[in-house]
Design a binder for this molecule. Structure first.
Ligand code: MEV
Length: 431
């Protein structure tokens, strides 16, 4: 740390740029490029904000200097609840979109995916401390259910108008290192909104009342990302014929078994599921971190971190896959509305409710898991990865236009996807 400070002083570099936040994105960019000693080319590169104009970007986060584009693909072949659906996915990882297309194609003959939601309820927590008599305080809070309902609903009349609002109250007692805590859960139907803003405002409005009723002190007032009242469910059947026989099926079952007994494997298994889930969440302008936190907390609900999916065999020997996970996503509010591309991705899917969107995301997560387990249990994943990885390598060594495919194909047929070999191939192509 001291060394780094010395380096900053010597190079006159500083991370202090007073007033940066007051400037326009263009002015900020200029300052940052100067401060970092970068070129005019960088200025031009970041000055091009693509299909998110800089004024919109500037209204979304602080200190905007540009935008970051990542590929937006579309997954085909999905049949969800009897409807043909094209699903946009935003991801930087190769093979993710192809995996969903393949998995979805292989379950079309059995009708595709069936989805359902457990509800659209979010939980907000109010943490009360400093009470000697937590049991007594718990009852005091529960007695005020009607008052709490009224204050919550007054806080968000728009939500109420759309059929949402306060639904229930739970009060838990926890014993922490700093003493007992009485934790109130406000259970709120947020309908087509993700609902973070709505429930956070409610928690903040209720907290002073809880302190007053109990004589304690409230600290935290925030939603829980363990949205276990907002579970998305999806299931599908893959016939033995479509997947290539009993050996493939048994390999998938064994892979699932492995994930379910070993957190080291479960983390990777669920990462594969989140490859699909997060790509759709991001494409629709929803909060990837909220969904990811909820998914992993839910996967650990038994006390041991396990699989978000389940794999079984039906009476005909076919493979049944199912997934259940919290999916707090919305169609209104935040980037889902302000980001122009997010609005278009919702139109591509033709979703009208947050429940429909969550069902699609769960189906994509299941499809992704099927594809990964099938590949892992058979040929391995590298074969599928290599073609796209080879293209990446070709671009990295400077291939342009047709050269990209030519270099990539040569790398794959050599079975050696390496930069040094790609450079040699490009040189010989250019003669
Ligand atoms: C890679 O991004 C995802 C996989 O590792 C998932 C898995 O192992 O199940 C292939």
């Amino acid at each position: 740390m001291l060394e780094y400070r010395r380096y900053l002083i010597m190079t006159k570099k500083t991370s202090r740029i007073p007033g940066l936040h007051k400037l326009s994105p263009k002015e900020r960019l200029q300052q940052v490029v100067e401060a970092a000693g970068l070129s005019e080319e960088v200025l031009r590169h970041l000055g091009n904000t693509g299909n998110l104009d800089s004024a919109t970007a500037d209204s979304m986060i602080e200190n905007v200097i540009g935008t970051l584009n990542i590929p937006l693909g579309v997954a085909t072949n999905l049949v969800i609840d009897g409807e043909e659906v094209l699903v946009p996915m935003a991801t930087e990882e190769s093979s993710v979109v192809a995996a969903v297309c393949n998995a979805a194609r292989q379950c079309r003959s059995t009708g595709g995916f069936t989805t359902a939601m457990s509800g659209s309820l979010m939980i907000a927590q109010v943490q009360l401390t400093g009470v000697r008599n937590p049991e007594f305080a718990r009852l005091q809070i529960l007695e005020h259910k009607a008052d709490i309902q009224a204050v919550c609903n007054e806080t968000d009349p728009v939500l109420l108008k759309h059929g949402g609002g306060f639904r229930d109250l739970e009060v838990r007692i926890l014993h922490g290192r700093t003493g007992p805590m009485v934790v109130t859960h406000l259970i709120v139907d947020t309908r087509d909104a993700m609902g973070a803003n709505a429930v956070n405002s409610m928690a903040e409005a209720i907290a002073p009342l809880i302190a007053e009723w109990t004589g304690g002190k409230t600290y935290l007032r925030i939603l829980s990302n363990l949205a276990d009242r907002r579970l998305a469910r999806a299931r599908a059947t893959w016939s033995l014929e479509d997947i290539g026989g009993a050996d493939v099926r048994d390999g998938i079952l064994s892979a699932f078994d492995f994930a379910d007994i070993d957190p080291y494997r479960a983390a990777t298994h669920n990462k594969g599921i989140m490859n699909g889930v997060s790509a759709v969440v991001l494409a629709t302008g929803n909060d990837t971190r909220a969904v990811e936190a909820g998914a992993h907390a839910y996967a650990a609900r038994s006390g041991q971190y396990g699989s978000l999916t389940q794999w079984e065999v039906d009476a005909d020997g076919n493979l049944n896959g199912s997934i259940e996970m919290p999916l707090a996503v919305g169609l209104i509010g935040g980037a889902t509305r302000s980001h122009p591309t997010a609005r278009i991705t919702l139109d591509i899917m033709g979703v009208e409710t947050a429940d429909q969107l969550a069902g699609i995301i769960a189906a994509v997560g299941l499809a992704q898991n099927f594809a990964a387990l099938k590949a892992l249990a058979t040929t391995g994943i590298q074969k599928g990865h290599m073609a796209l990885h080879a293209k990446n390598i070709a671009v990295m060594v400077g291939a342009k236009g047709d050269e990209i495919d030519n270099v990539a194909q040569a790398l794959v047929s050599l079975g050696k996807v390496r930069m040094d070999i790609a450079e040699d191939i490009l040189k010989s192509l250019r003669g």
